[in-house]
Write a protein that binds this ligand. Sequence first.
Ligand SMILES: Nc1ncnc2c1ncn2[C@@H]1O[C@H](COP(=O)(O)OP(=O)(O)O)[C@@H](O)[C@H]1O
Ligand SMILES: CC(C)(COP(=O)(O)O)[C@@H](O)C(=O)NCCC(=O)O
Ligand SMILES: [K+]
Length: 254
Amino acid sequence: MLGRASLLIDVGNTNIKYVWYAEGESLLGISPHIIANESIEQALPDLLASRKDISNINAFICSVKSSELTQTILSIFNEAGISCVQAQSQSCQFGLKNSYENVSNMGSDRWLAMLGADAICNQDALVIDAGTAITCDFIVDKQHLGGWIAPGLSLLRKSVVSNTQRVFDFDSVTPALLPGQDTSNCVANGALAQSIGIVYQAYALMNEKSSEFTVFLSGGDHAIIKQYLPPALGNAQIHPNLVLAGLARLSSNP
Ligand SMILES: Nc1ncnc2c1ncn2[C@@H]1O[C@H](COP(=O)(O)OP(=O)(O)O)[C@@H](O)[C@H]1O
Ligand SMILES: CC(C)(COP(=O)(O)O)[C@@H](O)C(=O)NCCC(=O)O
Ligand SMILES: [K+]
């Protein structure tokens, strides 16, 4: 039987993602709805008003944005009389151990994505979250070994344009793993190649650390990266949003 409904919210650097989740639902089916950062003050009250069972829900939020935006969201819940738990990175949770000495420095989205992945596979895992930043996190024997933070696809494209004089790029250009034949294609394809490159390197390193592991690919750019995964990564678990899966785990075992 499905339990109480929770509103799960992932506040990333580019987008706010949310899902309604009932305890007992599969973590695999979690697929986010997107709200633009600037429309949250209107969109969130509307979203809450759309529920008839409002008195019976609670909320779980993971935010890596400014405390101002986070506080705005928390106060909307407060005004609606809904309790909201803000997830934080922990040194150890659900048996998963963090490698950071100062865990408060770790983005809670990374920790939640790991908790989500761990709940789904319950074995060694390489967790790749391709959002504003691409993060890779390595988990062996329930121990986080550490990770990588690198610019994501859009950020790579923007940074090369803003730090050069003659390089330009159009957002409308879809990247492909091909030689580009004009500036914008060179930028888009170069950024894609770098993004695929980090996935290869993460896989190679994980292979040295573990003999059997699951690779997870998540985040706004999961679909484009998925198209170019190496054959060895054919079994990768593609997940639109592992952070929400982590929040779902928290909501079921607060
Ligand atoms: N419909 C979309 N809206 C916004 N970003 C998108 C969309 N589709 C793909 N993207 C890509 O996804 C990235 C954002 O992914 P997301 O996981 O939402 O990031 P974050 O968690 O950092 O907010 C953007 O940098 C962009 O490259
Ligand atoms: C690395 C991140 C920017 C990723 O954020 P995202 O791309 O998902 O918006 C975020 O997890 C963050 O701000 N981390 C703090 C530094 C750390 O994790 O060590
Ligand atoms: K990310």
